[in-house]
Ligand binder design. Structure first.
Ligand code: 2PG
Length: 238
């Protein structure tokens, strides 16, 4: 039975543009981000996959990217499930800081470790921070993280995959998963069985759908970015 996933990282956000660590801060898309989202929809339409539904985070930039894409596809009717477990990795005490200024202060190597190492989380977000997500109504009843490494992000993405997404895919359904650079890296690590070392090299471009076909055991049999000009390297073997 055909089963296809499209991993869609949101289009450029205001803080992608400003080069700031974002994580759980609910920044919006830029105009360029909206255009990327619309182009994703055109590419998905051309790909001709009959999707059964969509999953996204509870963050505006991913939700709006999905909505723009669905509108372009003429498929705004598709059911959408939103869940915080697809949110971006929580950037802890780095949240809001400029990435270049942080490199100038702490050095390239340390910042690379914080950004891309598998299991070294950034410093925690202090309660006094101007960016608390604890009081946000959408996170009621959730133990909001104070920081997350990619591993900690995978620790909440994986159960969501197992409980909510994988059972439907196993039945032969196809989905768009509109999420974030690091929650999608976590899913790529899981599905493609990428090593802790290799995942540090995986970069998912904004607004460029990654189309993945899966076999009966939910192992990827093919993967390609629909916007070839903006494609990045896929995990080895693909
Ligand atoms: O700031 C963030 O939340 C993420 C994604 O934009 O950035 P990075 O590429 O540094 O993980």
């Amino acid at each position: 039975m055909p089963r296809t996933l499209a991993f869609l990282r949101h289009g450029q956000s205001q803080w992608n543009l400003e080069n700031r660590f974002t994580g759980w801060v609910d920044v919006n898309l830029t105009e360029k981000g909206e255009a990327e989202a619309k182009k994703s929809g055109q590419l998905l339409k051309e790909a001709g996959v009959a999707f059964d539904g969509c999953f996204t985070s509870v963050q505006t930039r991913a939700i709006r990217t999905l909505n723009f894409a669905l509108e372009e596809m003429g498929e705004s009717w598709l059911p959408v499930i939103k869940d915080w477990r697809l949110n971006e990795r929580h950037y802890g005490g780095l949240t809001g800081l400029n990435k270049q200024e942080t490199r100038d202060k702490h050095g390239d190597e340390q910042v690379h470790i914080w950004r891309r190492s598998y299991d070294t989380p950034p410093p925690v977000l202090e309660d006094s921070s101007e960016f608390p997500s604890l009081n946000d109504r959408r996170y009621r009843g959730i133990d909001v993280p104070k920081t997350e490494s990619l591993k900690l992000c995978l620790d909440r993405v994986e159960p969501y995959w197992n409980e909510a997404i994988a059972p439907a895919v196993r039945q032969g359904q196809s989905f768009i998963i509109a999420a974030h650079g690091n929650s999608l890296r976590a899913l790529v690590k899981l599905l493609f069985d990428v090593s802790d070392d290799e995942i540090t090299q995986v970069e998912i471009p904004t607004g460029n759908p990654l189309l993945i076909e899966l076999d009966d055991n939910l192992k990827p049999t093919s993967a390609r970015y629909l916007d070839e000009e903006r494609a990045t390297e896929l995990p080895s073997g693909f």
